[in-house]
Design a protein around this ligand. Structure first.
Ligand SMILES: Cc1ncc(COP(=O)(O)O)c(C=O)c1O
Length: 392
């Protein structure tokens, strides 16, 4: 997208033109004139090979149950080896319906009833609900931010561990700020987890979408040598846009963690969609599509940075180093707690409210940039016009 297109585009845009045949909540939650940039799914068409796999499975009437990862363990292990140099013991891979279920069941079976789970706000809103669902207690150790640079509060983390935390629910790459934790930080997290015998559940669902400027380090690739207990939860659901077909993986990083996974009832595996399993198998070898998608996301990130600089100069954009979620500090515009609601009502743009990711984030919003560039141009234009109008 060239600079000229950004500044000259002024045709009226109807968001629904970009909906395609989708019936998902991203496209149905708001009135049709609202630009939906909230729910974390991409507007791009899925990869042809995955569509082919799904059509083939449908034609084969292949709608039965599964009782193991089958070919998915090898498909993911090959991907992890090639992409990140992470060697996985294939016999340590399990499956379930989705990453959320993987987290809840790991907490149910991996920590004592009513145990304490550390999270690092601002963080994926569902983490709050999943910890409640598992009957666990939350302990916040917020990330530290310096300008737009995020880091783990290792001192706070050690304090929480020393106070008796049972698990750390790590989000790497991080949603909503798109931070990719570096190896030194993860090594220290692993060391602390080993010292205090804390189970680390590493949610790595956004990792396949790491941008070329960052290096993703799988937590389990360093946890073992540190002596930390660890379980990776992941899926092709974000990277290849397959949330609706319901399949996720769990990888046990050590004997004790594997024993946790093996204590799950069989139903946790059997509920997985067979279509999801086959779609995931194909996804992990569909690399050209993945790299093309990352290129589109990076281009949209650059576009959004320019748009904000030109049209909302007081916004502070925290640019993602992975995936397609951006974090924007709009506090300078004084919309307060209701920033996201006001933008839906008055600018007709749906973003996620920052305070749902952490109590300190009133006036922040999360934006989904995995859409046509025209929608980003229109969304920033609408917000800018609304604010100018408001300010007279
Ligand atoms: C960090 C993170 N984990 C998990 C999920 C949900 O994954 P699933 O649909 O597989 O439950 C999301 C969805 O946006 C996410 O951002």
């Amino acid at each position: 997208m060239s600079e000229a297109v950004v500044v000259t585009y002024d045709e009226p845009v109807s968001p629904q033109e970009f909906r395609g045949g989708r019936s998902s909540v991203k496209w149905t939650r708001y009135p049709s004139d609202v630009i939906p940039l909230s729910v974390a799914e991409m507007d791009f068409a899925i990869a042809e090979p995955i569509a082919g796999t799904l059509i083939e499975r449908v034609k084969a009437s292949d709608f039965g149950y599964i009782d193991s990862p089958g070919p998915l363990a090898g498909a993911f292990a090959d991907f992890a080896e090639r992409r990140w140099g992470w060697s996985i013991d294939r016999s340590a891979v399990r499956v379930t319906t989705d990453v959320s279920t993987a987290i809840v069941e790991t907490l149910r079976y991996g920590i004592p009833a009513g145990g304490t789970v550390v999270i690092n706000p601002p963080v994926y809103t569902a983490f709050y609900e999943l910890i409640d669902e598992a009957g666990a207690v939350r302990r916040d150790v917020p990330l530290v931010v310096d300008g737009t640079t995020w880091s783990m509060d290792l001192v706070g983390l050690e304090r929480a561990f020393a106070d008796g935390a049972d698990a750390l629910l790590l989000c790497n790459p991080q949603n909503p700020v798109g931070h990719v934790f570096d190896e030194t930080t993860l090594a220290e997290v692993a060391r602390l987890a080993a010292v205090y015998d804390v189970l680390v559940i590493s949610d790595e669902v956004h990792a396949p979408l790491t941008h070329p400027t960052a290096t993703f380090v799988p937590f389990l690739s360093i946890a073992g040598s540190a002596g930390a207990r660890s379980i990776c939860v992941t899926s092709a659901s974000k990277g290849w846009n397959l949330a609706g077909v319901k399949c996720a993986l769990l990888v046990g990083g050590d004997e004790r963690s594997l024993a946790v996974l093996d204590s799950f009832p069989d139903e946790v595996t059997c509920r997985t969609s067979i279509l999801g399993l086959h779609a995931n198998v194909t996804a992990f070898s569909t690399i050209t599509w993945l790299d093309d998608t990352i290129r589109k996301i990076v281009a949209n990130d650059q576009l959004l940075a320019r748009l904000l600089r030109d049209k909302l100069p007081d916004a502070i954009y925290h640019r993602p180093a992975a995936s397609y979620l951006g974090w924007i500090d709009l506090r300078a515009y004084g919309l307060g707690l209701d920033t996201a609601e006001i933008l839906i009502e008055s600018a007709r743009v749906a973003l996620n409210a920052g305070h749902n990711y952490g109590a300190a984030y009133d006036g922040f919003v999360r934006i989904n940039i995995a859409c046509d560039a025209i929608l980003l141009i229109e969304a920033v234009g609408r917000i800018s016009r609304f604010l100018h109008h408001r300010d007279g």
